[in-house]
Design a protein around this ligand. Structure first.
Ligand SMILES: [Zn+2]
Length: 443
């Protein structure tokens, strides 16, 4: 029997204080979503969000607050609509997917070519698709670990390219979502393999089901589809960075964060205002307690949604610096239910301390977990050890990338549990926190 591992009482005290009293996370996500709103990557809204972030992080007392800019293509949404022309004329709820081609304001009209899965589309002869509007169905179910997203995201990520290469004039998919609201779920896709961009949209889940019932009547179905959008090069985005300086500037740092940008359909409260709020609040609790040995670096990554541009820019600038850990919060605001980390093999003592410190929050260890997170993946690929704090994803895909991603979906008690978990993680890996001269708590 290995000796029992007990959580360090100082870590436990910080954790329990955050669990009971944290208000920083709510203040950040409430402020960001109210005072900025939607933050589509590389638009002026995201630029306003960066300004907001610099002001807030400075006011909270963090050091080295600055923006690291980068450029990228910017895609913006215009007018959109989908209408069945025949046999049963009616409107359907649709939203363009990121980097969709544009129909122009006049729209396009085509017969629907139905495929139950992306693989059925892949297997179809070009003649079944050419000149038509492809429709791909699928059935994503809710799951605590959100595991359906990888598999059922394929119609969104690969469908438009396959449809284009087979000569389709457009594509609509059933939203990658687990709800039954008339809210389409947007999300990114890319045209690859030389495919020319075609209009690509997502129908809300009830509208996709309606279209299936119409198709089941056995008559040809004609749709008029309007998806106006614009793509231009030279858009500007950036990462906002702030630090809690460590006592040893040479010690490998703790990298945490989330992404500042959001889709344009809502205020991005769960994706990912919550993530930047949770990680920032946790760092603030450590700073309030004193000075950690290791520097804590918070990054509010820019332009995650259209393809992880901020994460790549960070790794290019900082991937060679020594990181003791890299982790991000980007799966909503519901409670953390398990964690995993590379430290299991590289630093078993720290891993045992993490397990003991997180267990009272109802967080189990997942010894078989993997690195996760678009923004930290490039830095992990450059050698940083990883940690993943998995949030409960059962409700996440009801709202993800829809007009329903708003502040009211955040449960303050579960948000505090997240902050407590990240605070405990930082405290365990901080190298020890020395009480500093008592400084007034700000904001
Ligand atoms: Zn996200």
């Amino acid at each position: 029997m290995p000796p029992p591992v007990l959580a360090d009482p100082r870590v436990a005290a910080l954790r329990d204080d955050a669990l009971a009293n944290d208000h920083y996370a709510w203040d950040v996500v409430e402020g960001l979503t109210t005072e900025v709103g939607q933050r589509l990557a590389a638009t002026e809204a995201e630029a306003r969000a960066r300004d907001w972030a610099v002001r807030r992080l400075t006011a909270m007392g963090f050091a080295n607050v600055h923006v690291e800019p980068f450029t990228m293509p910017v895609w913006t949404r215009g007018a959109e609509g989908a209408e069945i022309v025949a046999p049963f004329p009616q409107k359907l709820a649709v939203a363009a997917l990121g980097y969709s081609g544009s129909t122009g304001p006049e729209g396009i009209t085509g017969q629907i070519a139905y495929f139950p899965t992306v693989d059925a589309l892949r297997a179809a002869p070009d003649s079944a698709v050419a000149g038509k509007i492809v429709f791909i169905d699928h059935h994503m179910m809710p799951a605590q670990d959100g595991s359906g997203y990888g598999q059922f995201g394929a119609p969104r990520r690969q469908g438009p390219t396959i449809a284009s290469l087979k000569g389709a004039v457009g594509i609509v998919i059933r939203s990658i979502g687990t709800d039954h609201h008339r809210n389409p779920h947007t999300g990114v896709q890319y045209f690859t393999d030389g495919a020319k961009p075609i209009p690509a949209g997502a129908l809300s889940v009830p509208d996709a089901e309606q279209l299936i019932r119409i198709l089941e009547r056995g008559k040809p179905v004609t749709m008029h589809l309007t998806l106006v959008s614009q793509k231009t090069d030279g858009g500007r985005s950036g990462n906002v960075i702030a630090e809690v300086p460590g006592r040893d500037p040479k010690a490998p740092i703790l990298l945490i964060g989330g992404h500042l940008d959001s889709w344009d359909l809502a205020t991005g409260a769960i994706d990912d205002g919550a993530g930047v709020a949770i990680t920032t609040a946790a760092a603030k609790h450590i700073m309030d307690a004193g000075r950690p040995l290791r520097t804590i670096r918070i990054v509010w990554f820019g332009a995650e949604e259209p393809g992880g541009f901020g994460g790549k820019a960070y790794a290019e600038a900082h991937g060679k610096e020594a990181h003791a850990i890299a982790g991000e919060s980007d799966f909503g605001a519901d409670r953390v239910w398990r964690f995993s980390s590379q430290l299991k093999t590289s630093d078993p003592a720290a891993y045992a301390q993490l397990a003991a410190s997180l267990a009272p929050l109802g967080i189990t260890r997942n010894d078989k977990g993997d690195a996760d997170g678009t923004d930290v993946e490039p830095t992990i690929a450059a050698g940083a050890p990883w940690i993943t704090l998995n949030q409960d994803g059962t409700r996440y895909f009801d709202w993800h990338h829809t007009p329903d991603d708003t502040l009211d979906k955040i449960d303050p008690a579960q948000l505090r549990q997240n902050v407590a978990a990240w605070t405990a993680m930082l405290a365990v890996l901080s190298g020890g926190i020395e009480p500093g001269a008592k400084r007034p708590k700000r904001r």
